[in-house]
Write a protein that binds this ligand. Structure first.
Ligand code: ATP
Ligand code: ATP
Ligand code: MG
Ligand code: MG
Ligand code: MG
Ligand code: MG
Ligand code: MG
Length: 286
């Protein structure tokens, strides 16, 4: 590359490489989706087509970016976890975040007609903001994901009750908001019950959100228990990966990486908070 007198402007660029050896989470969130969902007449409280579309776009992001080990989504947001050894873009925050947000947006638009046939996209178009956060331990990463899943549950219970009040007892949005102000989960469950809805029977997809991960090694689970046949990994053994104990040869590690990248993507509406999810799928974080 020839040097020009303008070349010095590069020195104004700031380094934004993320801390080594940490789990990188990129979270994207739909911009103005309250309005967006109203414009495209999403069913309330939750339109399944819109969730399926989010999940379709997220699966495409995981296929394009093999460093992503897990995705978790709810409503108009998705979190993508990059492995702590990820070296993509030298771990530069802006590169990772913008690549995820634009890949996701491109697929959201591409797949839109599959999920909303006959509904033409026009301004406002779907756009997503993004951020990156580094989590230094598996415990922190799991707490992050638990935080998002608890948030999904709290919002879904609120929205389900809010819209049940409007749709089934005929009150308006302001009255429904007043009715719900200061209520606990148990109160909302009771209101729903009186309106003929048992919250436990609501779809898992809405209550738990969606987890995506690579289906690598799922076949080694004991079909009776859903648990890994031999060892039971503890939180401690997850936190201190096997790498130190038995470091695989480079080619073996490369092979494993390739197999993981080629594995299908599992899409589940499942609890991420309890240990069981992680104990049964130890490869996700190794
Ligand atoms: P911001 O730009 O700050 O993110 P926002 O309007 O997108 O603003 P959020 O807090 O992200 O606000 O909330 C997303 C909103 O999008 C929800 O409150 C809900 O109204 C709507 N929404 C998202 N997904 C669905 C869905 N599947 N079905 C119905 N409504 C949805
Ligand atoms: P990276 O992913 O690192 O950005 P890249 O292949 O996109 O890699 P850039 O440095 O961004 O590399 O350069 C963009 C390249 O895209 C150009 O070198 C050129 O080959 C091609 N390109 C971009 N715009 C055009 C265009 N309008 N017509 C033909 N080629 C183009
Ligand atoms: Mg937001
Ligand atoms: Mg939003
Ligand atoms: Mg949101
Ligand atoms: Mg470039
Ligand atoms: Mg380029």
């Amino acid at each position: 590359m020839a040097n020009s007198k303008y070349e010095y402007v590069r020195e104004f660029e700031q380094s934004d490489a993320l801390l080594k050896n940490t789990w990188i989470v990129v979270r994207i969130d739909g911009r103005g989706f309250h309005k967006f969902s109203a414009k495209y007449e999403f069913e309330k409280p939750t339109d399944k087509r819109a969730i399926d579309l989010m999940n379709g776009a997220a699966a495409a992001v995981m296929k394009e970016l093999p460093d992503v080990v897990l995705g978790y989504g709810c409503s108009d947001e998705f979190s993508f976890v990059f492995h702590k050894d990820c070296a993509l873009f030298e771990r530069r925050s802006s590169k990772l975040m913008t690549t995820v947000a634009s890949t996701f947006t491109a697929y959201y638009v591409l797949l839109w007609p599959e999920y909303f046939p006959g509904v033409r996209l026009s301004v406002p178009l779907p756009t997503f903001d993004g951020r990156t956060v580094c989590y230094p331990s598996v415990e922190n990463l799991r707490d992050y994901l638990s935080w998002r899943q608890v948030d999904c549950h709290i919002n879904n219970l609120y929205n389900t009750t809010f819209w049940a009040l409007i749709q089934r007892s005929g009150i308006d949005a302001r009255e429904a908001e007043q009715r719900l102000s200061g209520t606990l989960s148990s109160d909302k469950n009771e209101i729903l019950f009186q309106l003929g809805i048992n919250y436990n029977n609501e779809p898992e997809m809405f209550k738990k959100g969606t987890v995506l991960y690579r289906n690598f090694e799922l076949q080694t689970l004991n079909p009776a228990t859903g648990r890994k046949a031999s060892s039971t990994l503890t939180e401690a053994s997850l936190a201190a990966p096997t790498r130190e104990v038995q470091k695989p040869s480079k080619s073996a590690a490369e092979r494993e990486k390739k197999t993981k990248a080629k594995a299908g993507i599992a899409v589940q509406h499942i609890d991420l908070i309890k240990d069981e999810f992680w104990e049964c799928r130890p490869w996700i974080l190794t």
